[in-house]
Structure formats: C-alpha cells, structure tokens
Design a protein around this ligand. Structure first.
Ligand code: SF4
Ligand code: SF4
Length: 107
C-alpha cells in the first residue's frame, strides 16, 4: 500500500529529499505523496524513509491502497530505468525490502 500523509503534517519539508522516488511534494495545507510514485521505499530501504524523518510520524500506510511487494518492486523498476534493481522479489536483499524486516512490517 502506498504511504500517505495525514492532516497532522506540519509542513516541515524534512521528508521531501529523503524519498528515493521524488513522490512527495508540498500541497495546499500539508505535504502529499503521489501514490503512483511511492514504492513504500521497496528497492531502496527496509523502512519508509519519509516516516523515519517525520517529526510527527504522520506518514502512514494507506489502507485504501494495499499493494503487494511484487507490485511495489515493479513500480520502483519502472521509475528508475537508469538503475539496476533486482528483477524479482526473491532477488531483493532484505535491507531493500521492509516486508522482510519484522521491525518495519505493517500490521
Ligand atoms: S514510503 Fe518511501 S517511496 Fe513512499 S513516499 Fe515515503 S519515502 Fe517516498
Ligand atoms: S516530514 Fe512529516 S511533518 Fe514534515 S512535511 Fe513531511 S509529512 Fe509533513
């Protein structure tokens, strides 16, 4: 599921440069995540980089956008044709896949 930013956002901007997919931008009232660019950091980190720096921890999984790790990796590959990312989830190292990190799995 893509990550989304709740109304708790204080518009600090700390998350913007941390996103490997340039998915975060400033909205009218709060920062927003483009769900078509969010991979939940699959392919880059075993945690959500935005949430890791957010002072109010308001970058949360969107229950209305549940996506598989396969779909998220496919999105990362499509977004980064210039990078050599693992082609399949089984080739994805644990440190690039939060689904394999018990500390960062979603409930
Ligand atoms: S979870 Fe990762 S990919 Fe998604 S918006 Fe946050 S930093 Fe970007
Ligand atoms: S780090 Fe958190 S509070 Fe700051 S802009 Fe991003 S979502 Fe909003």
């Amino acid at each position: 599921m893509a990550t989304f930013i709740t109304d708790e956002c204080i518009n600090c901007g700390a998350c913007v440069p941390e996103c490997p997919n340039e998915a975060i931008s400033e909205g009218d009232d709060i920062h927003i995540i483009d769900p078509n660019r969010c991979t939940e950091c699959i392919g880059f980190h075993d945690y959500e980089a935005c949430q890791s720096v957010c002072p109010v921890e308001c970058c949360l999984p969107d229950p209305n956008r549940i996506e598989s790790v396969e779909d998220l990796l496919a999105r990362a590959i499509a977004l980064h044709p210039d990078l050599t990312l693992p082609a399949t989830v089984s080739e994805l190292p644990d440190n690039l896949n939060r689904f394999s990190n018990p500390d960062h799995q979603k409930l």
